[in-house]
Design a binder for this molecule. Sequence first.
Ligand SMILES: Nc1ncnc2c1ncn2[C@@H]1O[C@H](COP(=O)(O)OP(=O)(O)OP(=O)(O)O)[C@@H](O)[C@H]1O
Length: 278
Amino acid sequence: MIQVRNLVKTYKDVKALKGVNVHVKKGEIFAYLGPNGAGKTTTIRILTGLTRATAGTCLINGFDIATQTGDAKKQYGLVPQAINLDQELTVQENLLIHGWLYHMASSDIAGRVNELLDYVELSPKKKSLVKTLSGGMKRRLMIARALLHSPGVLFLDEPTVGLDAAIRRKIWTLIKKIQQQGTTIFLTTHYIEEAEFLADRVAFIDQGSMVALDTPANLMAARGAWAIDRLVADVMETLYFKTREEADTFNTNRSEQFTLRRVNLEDAFLDLTGKKVK
Ligand SMILES: Nc1ncnc2c1ncn2[C@@H]1O[C@H](COP(=O)(O)OP(=O)(O)OP(=O)(O)O)[C@@H](O)[C@H]1O
């Protein structure tokens, strides 16, 4: 559904993307994970036709975003990082305007608005002004808006940034539900647990280059199954072990403070890049 080949983006002297390749399959949730400034938003902006690439090609469901922009834009819905709803209009009005912009038939829009408000659990807020909604509700409304024209691909740029843990869970459930309807999802995040929970595959991006691309399970398994964090001369060190027994054997007769835990995706990123995602 999404094919990115040798994507390069240069802003004056900043090389934001240095030749990225991505192939996202139909129906998968693909997480694009990296620290601030890694190039995540730049990639989404190019994929959705908001910014021109310096070099490389991006196809959305077979349509080239640079040369077949109109057709390519019909294939996706976008939920940007910043809230860009019209705060002075109602929930319903925000959705209606989007439907008109996408040239949907008026007879189709009303039914689809009701269906989606139900889907994102915002039906009781249909007539409310957007400015009266909570942050989590606004985010759900932006997701409903992006889905209104029934796109095959949904781009989510940091979908849960700034939301508390409970609301974040609610958005995650919604994202899984959207996938179950057959939609392909490309999401950027710098929340490691978000990628671990949601993604079928994860790309690690750092300073404009992709450093790894695999399933969360494979990325973690490459490090081992168990980790020991220990303080050595005031420096935190992490050691990886294939089995719990190996970790226990290592610890026998050691006196220093340590924590034994399962390996997570943060370990994989740290190991590959030498830095934390956040
Ligand atoms: N319009 C621009 N002009 C100049 N440099 C830019 C512009 N947009 C992005 N950059 C630079 O490109 C690099 C990648 O930025 P980008 O916003 O894509 O990163 P990101 O991974 O999305 O970060 P964040 O998690 O903070 O949103 C950064 O060095 C950034 O400063």
